[in-house]
Design a protein around this ligand. Sequence first.
Ligand code: ATP
Ligand code: MG
Ligand code: FE
Length: 388
Amino acid sequence: MLVLGIESSCDETGAALIQDGRYLLSNVVASQIEVHNRYGGVVPEVASRQQLSAIIPVLETAFAQAGCQWEDVDAIAATYGPGLAGSLLVGLTVGKSLALARNLPFVGVNHLEAHIYANWLRQNEQPREADMNWCEGDPEFPLICLVVSGAHSELVLVRDHGQYELLGQTRDDAAGEAFDKVARILGLGYPGGPAIQHAAQQAEDALQRQNKPIKQARKAYLLPRAWLRGTYDFSFSGLKTAMLHLAEGATQLAPEQRSTGHSGQVSRYVRMGEQSAQGGALDVGLLASSFQEAIVDVLAVKTRQAAQEYKVKQVLLAGGVAANASLRERLRRELAPLHVQVSYPPIEFCTDNAAMIGSAAYFHLKGGERHDFDLDVQPGLSLPFAQR
Ligand code: ATP
Ligand code: MG
Ligand code: FE
C-alpha cells in the first residue's frame, strides 16, 4: 500500500510517499528554521503563512523524487493534531482536498503517534554510525516509548498497535522546550537542541584534548534534577531557571561581585572556588554540557526504571530530542545490562517529517480505518491513552 503522507503541524512542511508503512520512496521537508531563528522561536502566524506557500512545491517534489504518478497512490494521510491550528489547517485541508479530488481513502494522523511510528521506517542506505540502533525488523510489543519532542515529554507503555498507557509526563516544560529556552538564554540560537549538543560536544572535545575528566569539570555547576520519585513524571523548569540565574548573574554582575558570593542566585549554582578558576566568566560550552547531562540523566534513569517495572524487551525513543547523541548513548548504556534493546529513528525522522505520518497512517488504514472529510484540526490532541 502506497501512502502519501502530509505533515504541517508546526514549522516544517512535509510530504512523503511511503510503501507499507516502512519503505521510503521519497521524503521531502521544508523547514522554516531560518525564518523563525531571528525571533528565537516559532511565530504561529508566520508559520501558517509559510506552510501555505511551501505545501504545493513540497508535494510536487515528493512525487518527482519518488518517480510516482497519482495512479500509484493508494491513500492519503495528513496530521490533524496536536500542533498550531493555522499550520495544521494547511496540510489537513490539502490532504482532504486531494483525497476528494482523486477519490482516495483519507486518514487523519495523530502527530505524536507518528513520532513513535518513525521507528518503523527503514533506511534505504547503510545506517550512519550516529544512527546505529541495531533494530532489524519492526519493534516488538510490549515496549516502552520515551516521547521527547518540542512540546511533549511522555513515558508510554505500548502494548500493541494503538494501545497506549501513559506512565508519566512533564509537569511543566517539555524536554525539547527546555533545550530551546536554555539555548536562547545561552545565546546559542534556534532550534536549541542541536545548538546545545554542538556546544557541549566542542567543550567536551576540548577537555579531552587537555586530558581533563569531563565529569569533574561539569561539577563546577550545581544543576538541579527533579527526580519526582515514585512517579514517572518529569519537570525541567527548575533546571531552566537555574540556567537563567547563572546566565543573568554572569552578564549583570562584575566578576569581583560574583566571586565574593554576594551574587545570590548565581552562587547557588556555582561551586565555590570554580568561578575564579574560570577567570570569573561562565563557560558556555561547559554549561551546555552540564545542562544536557542533567536532562539526559533524568530521562534515562526514569526510562530504565519503567523498562524494568514493565519487563519490556525493547525501548523506543521518539520526537526531536531522540536525535540527541548523548541521550541515545546514555540510554543504551543504561539498558544494556538489562538486555533491553534501545532503538531510535535516524536523525531526520526524529524531528518533524511526513514519512512518519505515512507510516502511522498505514497501520490505521490496514485496520480499515478512514476519516470523513469533516475531520477538523485538533491543536490539543493527545495520544489515545487507555485507562489504567
Ligand atoms: P511536538 O512533536 O511535541 O508537537 P515539535 O513537533 O515542535 O513538538 P519535534 O519536531 O518533534 O517537536 O522536535 C523539535 C524539538 O527537538 C526542538 O525542541 C529541538 O530543540 C529538539 N531537538 C532537535 N534535535 C535535538 C538534539 N540533537 N538534541 C536535543 N534536542 C533536539
Ligand atoms: Mg519544528
Ligand atoms: Fe513533532
